[in-house]
Design a protein around this ligand. Structure first.
Ligand code: AMP
Length: 286
């Protein structure tokens, strides 16, 4: 499949050398919406929520009267956390996506202290809050939501993008109750479909991301997290709790599953079994 071109953020956003361009995929194409957008154009409304590096506000774009959400990120906090790459990636990836199941990205700009991301406003808020409030969803509703998220993920994968951090907190609800994927800080454009970075939230991490050394995984990580998410829709709880005990059980389960595989050709060979994370953790080998 031909690699989808990702537009790179070429402008120097961060004060130090940390601003070097992310050089992952393909040639650069400048995106310079900062010429057109500035804070004075917006009437700032109520805060919609708080993210890791700042707040999100409801805003009105004065020239058009358009209502949107403005995500304000604090540069010092981003640099302090070494998260420049995530923010850069969020802008690069998100600005290239256009799908009804994904929060639209309208543009970005920055000043000395902050980065502003102008995005579509999701009036239904976080799916997480709805799920917590209602406990769980009916099968009909869970299936509808799972199908909508699957469609958005299928679109992402068709653009060679993995989300890698799918969870109810990163899914917003649109005006008509539809699912809208948000937060692309951990997503990555990976035409080779193979990655080696450990990321995402522990509850949702697939076993292939937990392998020791340099775990290799591909877009199928998003299928795993859709499974976890659907379980959560139906029961109100994540199938794997984020406790060390549950994580251990899950790794042990992966070991057993890889041996109890119906297809003999797919059964894990013994050399791999002996280097499985569960064995390595408990058996000191000389
Ligand atoms: P984030 O920084 O993306 O994690 O966003 C922090 C919180 O702000 C989210 O958990 C939502 O509650 C809220 N939020 C973010 N983006 C939007 C949006 N486009 N529309 C409505 N609320 C949002």
């Amino acid at each position: 499949m031909a690699a989808t071109m990702v537009q790179h953020v070429t402008e120097s956003i961060f004060p130090s050398s940390a601003a070097s361009r992310s050089s992952q995929d393909g040639p650069a194409k400048p995106v310079d919406l900062s010429k057109h957008l500035h804070l004075g154009m917006f009437e700032i409304g109520r805060p919609l929520g708080k993210g890791k590096f700042g707040r999100v506000y409801l805003v009105k774009h004065r020239p058009s009267g358009y209502i949107c959400a403005l995500k304000v990120l604090n540069k010092i906090e981003i640099c302090h956390d070494g998260a420049e790459v995530h923010v850069r990636r969020e802008i690069e990836v998100h600005s290239n996506l256009k799908h009804p199941g994904i929060i639209s990205f309208y543009g970005w700009f920055h000043d000395r202290r902050r980065i502003f991301l102008l995005i579509e406003y999701a009036s239904g808020g976080e799916l997480y809050k709805t799920l917590r409030k209602e406990g769980r969803f009916s099968e009909r509703r869970a299936a509808k939501y799972a199908a909508q998220v699957a469609e958005s993920l299928r679109y992402l994968h068709s653009k060679n993008v993995m989300h890698r951090d799918l969870k109810p907190e990163n899914i917003l609800i649109g005006l008509h109750g539809e699912m809208k994927l948000a937060d692309f800080g951990y997503s990555v454009h990976a035409p080779s479909n193979r990655r080696e970075t450990l990321c995402g939230t522990l509850d949702y991490l697939p076993p292939e991301m937990l392998r020791p050394g340099r775990p290799q995984y591909n877009k199928a990580v998003d299928q795993w997290t859709l499974g976890v998410l659907t379980y959560e829709f139906l029961t109100g709880e994540a199938p794997f709790e984020d406790s060390p005990m549950m994580t251990k059980r899950r790794i042990a389960k992966d070991f057993v599953h890889s041996l109890l595989t119906l297809d003999p050709a797919k059964r894990i060979p013994f050399d791999k079994a002996l280097s499985h994370p569960w064995i390595l953790k408990y058996c000191e080998r000389s």
